[in-house]
Design a protein around this ligand. Structure first.
Ligand SMILES: Cc1ncc(COP(=O)(O)O)c(C=O)c1O
Length: 391
C-alpha cells in the first residue's frame, strides 16, 4: 500500500531508536537507566485522582462538548487570570487532548500550503513535524548557545518573509530550559505586531522554574500582543498528568472555534473523566506542585554540577523545565562523529539512555532529563563520567 505523501515526509523521532534499544536491553534483564523521559516521575497528586474517581461514580463517562466541559473552561479562565493576568471568555478557550493536540489543531486551521512558521532552535521535535503535516514550512532560527539559546530581534527580522504566518515561542523551553524575560518577549512581540504575525506561545513548563526568574506570558504585554497570541498550555507537566491527556489553548475566538470544529471531527472530545481531574488540578491545592519543584531544583543543581565536572562537557544552568541540554562536543574525541553515535555507544557500554540533540536541531548536545530519582541520577552520572574517561 502506498501511503500518503503527507506521512511519507514525516521524520521518525530520532529518540525512538535509542528508546527502542534501551527497552530491548531492559527486556534482556540489563540494568538500563533512562534519562530520556519528558515526564515527571511522581504520581498524579491524590486529590486529582480522587476527583477522577468521583467523576466516574457520578456517571461522567459520556461524550462531552468537543471543546471541553464548561466547568473546565471556567477553571482554565480562572487559572489564566490568576497566573498570567489574562482575561478570556469561554469562546476563546478549547480543551484539547494534551497540549500537543492543541498545537496540531492550531497548525491545521492556520496554515495553507507553503505558509511559513518561524521556530527557534533548539526546539521540541513535534513542532517541525506538525507544521509540515499541515502543509506549512518550518523556518528554523538558531538560538545560539552563547545567546543562552534565545533568538534575537535581528534574527527574527531576517527570517520573516511574505509567507510568514506565525512564530512559535516556548518559554521555558524543551530541550534547553531557557526562559525569555519580559523585555526580550516585548522586543520579539513588537516585530510580530509590525509584521502582523500570529504568536504561538507554548507555556507548558511555566510553573517549573527554580530560581527567582518569573514566567511571563507574551499575551499579557498589552492588547496588541493579546489579540495576536494563542497560548498553549496543559496539566501534563505541572501536575504530573502526562497520561491523562488534557491541554488547552486560549486565543482569538475565530481561531479557537475553527480548532473546536476540527476536534469535533477527529477526537470528538478529551476524555470526560480526565477533564474532571483537570478541574481539581487547576482549582485545588497547589502544594504538590511546590514539592515537585523542590525536588526538581535539587536534582537540577546536582546534574549541572556533575556534568560541568566532566572533561569536554559544559552546560549552562537552565532556569526551568526539567532538562539539561549539555554540550558534549569536547568529549567526542574524534572517536564519535556526532552526539547520536556517542549516545548509542553510551547505551551499549554503560546502559544509560540519553537523547541526542539532533532531534532538537543541534549536533553538539545531548538532553538529560532529571525527572527521575536522585539515586538513579547519581548512578547514571557515575556511569557517564566513567564512559567519558575511558573514551
Ligand atoms: C514544549 C512542549 N510542548 C508541548 C508538549 C506536549 O504536552 P502534552 O503532554 O500536554 O501533550 C511537550 C511534551 O513533551 C513539550 O515538551
Amino acid at each position: 500500500m502506498k501511503l500518503s505523501k503527507r506521512v511519507q515526509q514525516l521524520s521518525p523521532s530520532p529518540t525512538l531508536a535509542i528508546t527502542a534499544k534501551a527497552k530491548a536491553l531492559r527486556q534482556k534483564g540489563q540494568d538500563v537507566i533512562g534519562l530520556g523521559a519528558g515526564e515527571p516521575d511522581f504520581n498524579t497528586p491524590e486529590h486529582i485522582l480522587h476527583a477522577a474517581r468521583e467523576a466516574m461514580d457520578e456517571g461522567h463517562t459520556k461524550y462531552t462538548a468537543s471543546g471541553g466541559i464548561p466547568e473546565l473552561k471556567q477553571a482554565i479562565i480562572q487559572k489564566l487570570e490568576r497566573d498570567n493576568g489574562l482575561s478570556y471568555q469561554p469562546g476563546q478557550i478549547i480543551v484539547t487532548v494534551g497540549a500537543k493536540h492543541g498545537l496540531y489543531n492550531l497548525f491545521q486551521v492556520l496554515l495553507d500550503e507553503g505558509d511559513e512558521v518561524i521556530i527557534p532552535a533548539p526546539y521540541w521535535v513535534s513542532y517541525i513535524e506538525q507544521v509540515k503535516l499541515a502543509g506549512g514550512v518550518p523556518v528554523v532560527i538558531d538560538g545560539k548557545e552563547e545567546q543562552q539559546f534565545k533568538i534575537t530581534p535581528a534574527q527574527l527580522k531576517d527570517a520573516i518573509t511574505e509567507r510568514t504566518k506565525a512564530i512559535l515561542i516556548n518559554s521555558p523551553s524543551n530541550p534547553t530550559g531557557m526562559l525569555y524575560n519580559r523585555e526580550e518577549l516585548r522586543a520579539l512581540g513588537e516585530i510580530c505586531i509590525q509584521k502582523d504575525l500570529l504568536i504561538i506561545s507554548d507555556e507548558i513548563y511555566e510553573h517549573l522554574i527554580y530560581g527567582g526568574e518569573e514566567h511571563v506570558s507574551i499575551a499579557s504585554l498589552g492588547p496588541e500582543f493579546y489579540k495576536r497570541t494563542v497560548v498553549i498550555n496543559g496539566v501534563s507537566k505541572t501536575y504530573s498528568m502526562t497520561g491523562w491527556r488534557i491541554g488547552f489553548a486560549a486565543g482569538p475566538a475565530e481561531i479557537i472555534k475553527a480548532m473546536t470544529d476540527l476536534s469535533s471531527h477527529s477526537t470528538s472530545n478529551p476524555t470526560s473523566v480526565a477533564q474532571y481531574a483537570a478541574i481539581a488540578a487547576l482549582t485545588g491545592t497547589q502544594e504538590p506542585v511546590g514539592k515537585m519543584k523542590e525536588a526538581f531544583k535539587k536534582r537540577r543543581d546536582y546534574v549541572i554540577k556533575r556534568v560541568n565536572a566532566i572533561p569536554g562537557f559544559h552546560c549552562q544552568i537552565p532556569p526551568g523545565a526539567f532538562y539539561a541540554f549539555v554540550n558534549i562536543r569536547g568529549a567526542l574525541n574524534g572517536k564519535y562523529k556526532t552526539p547520536d553515535e556517542w549516545a548509542e555507544a553510551l547505551l551499549e557500554k554503560e546502559l544509560v539512555a540519553v537523547v541526542p540533540g539532533s532531534g532538537f536541531g543541534s549536533n553538539d548536545h545531548i538532553r538529560i532529563s532529571y525527572a527521575t530519582s536522585m539515586e538513579q541520577l547519581e548512578k547514571a552520572l557515575d556511569r557517564i563520567e566513567r564512559f567519558v574517561k575511558q573514551s
